[in-house]
Each structure stands twice: as C-alpha cells, then as structure tokens.
Design a binder for this molecule. Structure first.
Ligand SMILES: *Cc1c(COP(=O)(O)O)cnc(C)c1O
Length: 869
C-alpha cells in the first residue's frame, strides 16, 4: 500500500503529526528544499510564510507588500507566491532593508500569528467535544484565482467552507486533487466563438508545497490499478488554520496513461472521471492515514468522493480486524454526504463492468467482499441499467445526508425516495444546510471599510449576526457614496480588462481605445455571470431583443449590463448562448450598454459582485440547488433579482430585492420561459429602474437605499459561510463524531450488534403481521390498540406507531405505542396501545412497524417499514 510508515498513535488535526505537518509550511528547511527562493536573506522566510498562506485572499492588508515588490506581476496574477518566486535576489534584499517595507512586513507577520493563536469559536464553544478532525472531500476547491483547481459553484462552497472553518477554528482538513491544467480558460473570438485554453499550472508557481514526512521524503501514495501501480504525489495548501491536501498523478514513476489522470477538471470521459474519483476517495483517505490522521468525520462534498467511505472502512478493518459489514456499520456513522444536484442526470454513474474492472480487486482483496456486493452499494433498485451511482454509494455509506437549500432538501427527498420504498416523503432522510459564502473573501475594500465603520472589525464571527443591524444606522449620504464608488471601481476594472481582451483578440486600436470610456458609474448597472448551462437560461434577457434594447437605451433612465460566463467545452448549446450575446452586442451598435467579459473566474466574480447594483439569476426552478453568486453581492450592497429557486426561494422578501417565477416547477416548457422573460422585463421596467432613478432633493434614491440596508443587514449574516459552517459543525459534525465514537468503543462491539440486528430484521420482516386496529374515543383521546405478531423478533428491535400523514392543513403525526403489560412473554404476539389527542379523527391514523436501534438513523441505515394492510 502506501509507502509511509503509519504512526503508532492517531494524532489530532490540528495539530497534526509533529514533523510532518506541525511546522509552518515555509520554514527555513522547506525554503531550502522546496523553493528556489534565496536563503540567507533575513526576512525572506517571513515573506514566504505570508505568500503561501491563502489567508491573503481574505485579508487584503498584505496587498501593498506584493504590489511593492512587482506591481505589474501582482496586478496580473494576484499571486504573492509568483511575485516572490520571480523577484531578483538583489531587489528582495533592497526591499527588506527598507525600514518602512520591513515595518509593514513585521506588522503583517504579527497579525497573522495573532490570528493563528487566538481563541476561536470552536475552542470556546466545543472545547470538550469528541470532534478532533473532519475531513472535507471535494473534487474542486475555489480558494484563490492563483490556485486554479475549481470550475464553479461546487468549488466555491468548498473553498469558502474551509476559510470559514479557519475563522471559526473548526478542525477541518480538506482533501482534493491538484490538476495540472484544471478547468479550461476562455477567450471569445470576434465572431462569438468560445476558445478554450489549458495552460499548464507549474506547481512551483502555485501557492502549494510538497507534503514531506519527518525524514524529508515526499509523501507518495500507491494505488493498485488494473494496468499497474498508480503513484500519487501529495501537496499541501494552507488557508489560515486549515490545511488542504491535494493528490496528483503526475509522478515520474507512473505509466504515461496514469500521469494525466489529474490533468483536467471535468475533462475526459467516464473512465477518466472514475479514475479521478478513485484517486480522490481511496487515495485521499489513504493519504490521511499516511499522515497519521484519523478523522472522526468524513464530509463528502457531492458524491464524487464517495469511494472514501470504502477506504475508511478498509482502514478500520486493517486496524481492528473487524469484518467489512461491521466496519461499515461503525464508520458510516461518521460520514456525511452533501448532495448538490437537483436532477437525476446530475449524478455520476458508471457502467458496472467499469467498476468491476477498476475496483474488483479492491473489493475482493482489500474489503474481503465479492464485487457484486460492492456493485449493489451503488445500484438503484429502480434503475434497469444497473449503473453504479455515486450518490447511492454515498447514501449507503453515510450517517447523514443533506441538500444545500431548503427547496433543494425537498427536491432531494423526492430524488432519493425510491431508495426508501413506502416511507412518507417527509421522512426520506435528507435534511438541508443552505450554503453560505465567506464574506471577507468577496467584500470590496470599500465594503470592508463601511462594515467596519458600522459594526466593527470582527463582525462576521459574531454568532448571532446581531451586529449587522447596526448597518441600518449608516446615513443615506454615506451609503450612496459607497454604492457609486463601488460601481466606479468595477467599471474601471471592466474597462481595463476589456481593453486587454480586445487587444489580445486583434481588435482595432479604435475599439480598444473606446473601452476606456465605456459605461457610466451613475447608470444602473446589472450583472449576469455564471456557467452558461441551459438550465440557467443565460439568454432569458434576450428573449425580446428590442425590448431589452429599449430598456438599455432609454435616454432618461439608461441601464448597463455586464455579462460573463463559460460554457463547458462539450456543451455546444451553452456555447451558442454565448454567441447569442456577442451577436446582440454587435448588432445593437457595440458595447455602449452591454459588455461580455471573458474567462469568468474568481477574480472576475469578485470584481463584478462588488460593483453591480443588481445581480440577475434566471435558472429553471428547481435546478439551481442553491446558487452562491447572488450571496456574494449581499455584503457589497448589491440587490438580487432572481428566479424563486435555490437560496433565493427561502431568502426572498419584497423588502430585500425582486423575484420572478410563481414558486412552482414548469420543466423546460418554452411557453413558460416566455412568460418568465416577460415577467423579468416587467420587473425591470416597472420596479427596478424606477426605484433606482427616483431621487430626493439631494439626488439620492432613498427607496433603493432602504432595500440595500435591509438586504445587507438581514441577509448578509444569514448567507455567510460562518453560519453554514457553524450549522454543519453543530448539526452534523458533532453528532456524527459522537455516534462514530460510540460505535467504535468496546472494540467495535456495537458494529457487530448493529449488523446482527439489521440482518435478523431483514430476515424476519416479511413475516411480521399487524392485526386490526381497535379504537375507542373518550375525553382522554383516541385509545388505539393493535395486536402485532413479531415472529420471535425482540420487541426492542422495532417500534410500533400510529401514524397520520400530513395534509394541506396539518403536519404528519407519529405516536409510538407501548406493549400492554398483560402480554405474556414468549408468545410473539403483543398488544400495543397508545392514547392520541382527538385533534385529528381516528380514521387518519394507520399502524406501522419501523426498526429501532439506539443511535441508528432510520430509515437511512435500514429502510424497512411495515404498514397495516
Ligand atoms: C460564485 C461563483 C460561481 C457560482 O455561481 P452560481 O451563480 O451560484 O452558479 C461560479 N463561478 C465563479 C467563478 C464564482 O465565483
């Protein structure tokens, strides 16, 4: 297996295994071994320590340092690590000898050390908890544009959660892949064609460091693939207090076919995807083991990493000698699956033959189970293809499942209902934690200043979000000045960026020159930027071109619009939608009121959300599981106009912004699209534009500002990753860690018990019989009684309940019944009784039998239910 010695004792994270991870990423030794930075200049390791820590992406006070070293390179890359790698020894010595520069550097170093040393929310609130480490697995992480290992929303959630975990001190370690090329980079040809580039990410230029063991040897993990061993190199990334470890297959010892496995994100076919998911799930868990980390909690951010649950069980078997069944029963209590998909087509599925080919040996030799059994863990009873579904594996291997908004939780309960046959929809075991974004990563410096004025420095970490209400005391003048200057900064950025893009695509010097004067900071600015996927309907605004044009060109109340977004290289329809916009811009007389900025990435997203007045989002409900870009405008005073889908379906109130849609689903009906396009124009024409241009004697739109204040103060704390990570910690990580440790205690005896309980119930379930319900009603309530034949099953292994389904006016009701004491033991037929209030008629109730076992999640871990016929 892997080549690193396992330590004798599991080590908590953080701090992790001394020597391996406990030292700072950039001490003198790493400087000498892992970088070409000059050694022997006092202060270089300080700079390196700051440059490698992605905390710089949310603490912008270091920017002046990097700008001071190489302004042009800094502006182009926003990558302190590249700046530091590039600068000459001579200039570095000069700079470090400059007392002013040195003073700022010392202050930053001090501030960072203070941050790392301060007592965090987790230490204060959960000092004694059993949670020592949650491993967070994700196919992508969006932490910085300098580390391009992300594509979009999923990576955004992952990156922002790591950053919030750092702020809160939640012991999380991220696990992901280091892509040599990552997701494609985009430019747009003059005719609107999307051009795709895959520049190579030189690891030396990325803010990452090789992960070395205590002897200084680079940690490598070995996986057995059908065509030979696959070596994976390990890297580490620092984001404040949190580490992210990354695996990459570009190891010299690998077969050529293996070296490119971690080349592209979401590239290649199903086989490539399967290999990547094996590397992430199995390789990722092995890496943690090699590092001496035994996480209590394994958090699967989407089903891609679901193989981790198998490797976790495998490692547990090796350590304790338990069977696969027991090991799964024990470890799954500590696994959490977050699903991000709102349509069945969104789940990764693999042909059974492919699973057999790549994982057959793993099943038999490592897990000790036939491959059929492994396949069954990912197959859906209702799916005739027999395909292996990663979400099914994740559900089978987890102790809790959640969606990413209230609506998405509901949608997911329907998507997964077939796995829990005969269970009422509201009992399908999928909860929700609505996503949040890491506000300090998305706020502008103007917004940071404004919030600091109103609410103080540490506002995001305030648990209640109460501080945000102080935002309401900001004066109209100050708020309006903030808004216009934010738009102004964004426009400056857009002009520079567009002129660079146009020059790059060979445009005439006149049109390059013209970009310098584009847009007006006093005009209402709309933003629309996201992946160009059909369900997001990025051309809904183009439904009636003339109407849009009239709106944009209205001389009294003009509007300007910024568009950005990539379409997946294989998504030709999405690429056509981009072309439609480029055509519109050209046909409508150029870029006076609409521009398309190419290569939508984290940096561009930041600049847009910081400067637009209104952020538009038009997905087909309910396909946008959550959506996060709209949350990023909150802190910056932007307002949302969105379909009632994802997070907006629960956040929207008229005082916060605008909504389209009727809160129902209409599939991809073109007539409905047309109706919604019409509604979108109407909201813009009749509500948004008039409100923006309705000014008082000071020239200030007070109605607009009122909405801004409401949205900023009420929604910002609610849709912050600080809230979501606290919620994950309290509602998921802590109980999961607790349950895992309970099951693992006493040499895993609980695991064997659970397996025995489950197997015996499965065997007997069909022979259980529920007799007729007797009911008598008096002033105490309905007295229900029912005879139940348990066929030798221990009555403690089940619960008999009277159940009433929810209807339009009432919640469902479920009342546990107890065995009448007069029953003689041993006869296997018991009389169960319960008294229920007469709020509902007795005829609403049906008797049922469900499994029970202490600490076991029903129906997630055992989906049996027996209803009275
Ligand atoms: C926030 C973000 C996303 C996600 O945006 P949605 O509107 O939720 O799809 C995608 N890409 C980038 C670059 C982002 O910053």
């Amino acid at each position: 297996m892997n080549q690193v010695l396992l330590p004798d004792q599991p080590v908590k994270c953080p701090p992790m295994r001394p020597g391996l991870l406990n030292r700072t990423l950039m001490d003198e030794t790493s400087l000498a071994t892992d970088t070409c930075l000059p050694t022997g200049i006092d202060g270089v390791s300080q700079l390196a320590e700051l440059a490698i820590d992605l905390r710089s992406t949310w603490k912008h006070d270091g920017d002046t340092i990097w700008r001071g070293l190489d302004e042009e390179l800094w502006e182009a890359t926003n990558n302190p690590w590249v700046v530091l790698q590039t600068i000459s020894r001579c200039r570095l010595s000069d700079k470090l000898a400059d007392p002013d520069f040195r003073g700022r550097l010392d202050a930053l170093t001090e501030a960072r050390r203070e941050y790392l040393g301060e007592k965090t929310w987790f230490q204060k609130e959960h000092a004694d908890s059993v949670l020592t480490c949650a491993a967070y697995f994700s196919m992508e992480f969006m932490l910085s544009e300098a580390l391009p290992i992300y594509s979009g929303g999923l990576g955004n959630v992952a990156g922002d959660q790591l950053k919030a975990a750092s702020d809160l001190g939640v012991p999380v370690v991220g696990v992901g892949l280091l892509y040599q090329q990552g997701y494609f980079r985009q430019s747009i040809a003059a005719d609107g064609t999307q051009l795709e580039y895959y520049p190579f990410n030189d690891p030396a230029q990325l803010p990452i460091a090789p992960l070395r063991d205590e002897d200084g040897e680079w940690v490598r993990i070995k996986l057995a693939m059908p065509d030979g061993p696959l070596w994976l190199r390990a890297w580490q990334v620092q984001a404040g207090r949190v580490r992210l470890v990354l695996l990459d297959s570009n190891d010299g010892a690998n077969l050529p076919a293996h070296r490119g496995i971690t080349s592209e994100l979401y590239g290649g076919g199903p086989e490539m995807r399967l290999k990547q998911e094996i590397v992430l799930g199995i390789g990722g868990w092995r890496l943690l083991t090699a590092m001496g980390i035994q996480p209590d909690v394994c958090h699967l951010n989407e089903g891609h990493a679901a193989f981790a649950v198998l490797e976790r069980a495998c490692e547990y078997m090796a350590r304790t000698g338990q069977s696969f069944e027991s090991a799964m029963a024990i470890t799954r209590a500590g696994n959490i699956f977050t699903t991000h998909t709102a349509v069945p087509a969104g789940f990764d599925r693999f042909a059974p033959s492919m699973i057999e080919h790549f994982l057959g040996r793993f099943a038999v030799e490592e897990l000790g189970i036939p491959v059929q059994k492994l396949l069954a863990m990912g197959q859906d009873p209702g799916d005739p293809t027999g395909d292996f579904n990663m979400a099914s594996l994740a559900i089978q291997g987890s102790g809790a499942v959640n969606g990413v908004s209230r609506l998405h939780g509901e949608v997911s309960r329907h998507l997964f209902a077939s796995k829990f046959p005969r269970w009422p929809i509201n009992e399908i075991p999928v909860g929700h934690v609505t996503n949040g974004v890491h506000m300090p990563s998305w706020d502008s410096s103007e917004a940071d200043a404004l919030w600091t004025e109103a609410c103080g420095k540490d506002r995001w970490r305030d648990p209640s979000g109460a501080l945000s209400h102080q935002m309401r005391s900001i004066s109209d003048e100050r708020l309006w000045q903030f808004r216009t200057s934010s738009t102004h900064s964004m426009i400056e950025y857009a002009r520079t960026r567009l002129s660079r893009e146009l020059a790059g695509s060979g445009a005439s010097s006149e049109s390059v020159e013209a970009t310098r004067h584009l847009f007006d900071p006093n005009v209402l600015t709309l933003g629309f930027a996201r992946r160009f996927a059909t369900y997001k309907r990025p051309n809904l605004l183009l439904h009636d071109r003339q109407r849009l044009l009239d709106m944009l060109n209205n001389p009294e109340r003009p509007v300007q619009l910024v568009i950005a977004g990539k379409a997946h290289p294989a998504d030709l329809v999405g690429q056509t939608l981009i072309r439609n916009w480029i055509d519109f811009i050209r046909d409508s007389g150029g870029r006076t009121h609409v521009i398309f900025l190419s290569d939508y990435d984290m940096k561009l997203a930041q600049r847009l959300v910081q400067g637009v007045d209104v952020w538009i989002n038009t997905p087909r409900r309910p396909w946008e599981a959550s959506g996060t870009s709209g949350m990023k405008v909150l802190v910056n005073g932007g307002l949302n106009l969105s379909e009632l889908d994802g997070w907006w379906a629960e956040a929207y109130q008229p005082e916060f912004g605008w909504a389209i849609g009727d809160g129902a689903e209409h599939g991809d009906d073109p007539a409905w699209d047309a109706a919604e396009a019409n509604e979108l124009y109407e909201v813009l024409e009749n509500e948004v534009i008039p409100l923006f241009y309705e000014r008082d004697e000071r020239g200030i739109p007070t109605g607009w500002l009122a909405k801004m204040r409401n949205s900023m103060s009420s929604l910002t704390p609610q849709y912050s990753a600080i809230r979501s990570v606290r919620q994950y910690t309290q509602e998921f990580y802590l109980p999961a860690a607790q349950r895992y440790h309970e099951r693992a205690a006493m040499d895993g005896q609980r695991g064997a018990e659970i397996v025995h309980w489950r197997d015996s119930l499965r065997q007997k379930w069909d022979s259980l019989v529920i007799g007729e319900t007797q009911v008598a009603t008096d002033e105490q309530g309905h007295h229900f009684s029912v005879d139940v034949f348990l066929d030798g099953v221990d009555p403690r292994a089940v619960q008999v309940q009277m159940y009433a389904a929810s209807d339009s006016s009432q919640e469902s009701g479920c009342h546990a019944m107890t065995i009448d004491k007069s029953c003689s033991p041993g006869i296997s037929t018991y009389t169960y009784r319960v008294i229920v209030s007469t709020m509902r008629p007795a005829s609403d109730y049906t008797a049922r039998i469900v499994p029970v076992h202490p600490g076991v999640a029903i129906p997630l871990e055992l989906n049996l239910v027996r209803w009275q016929q």
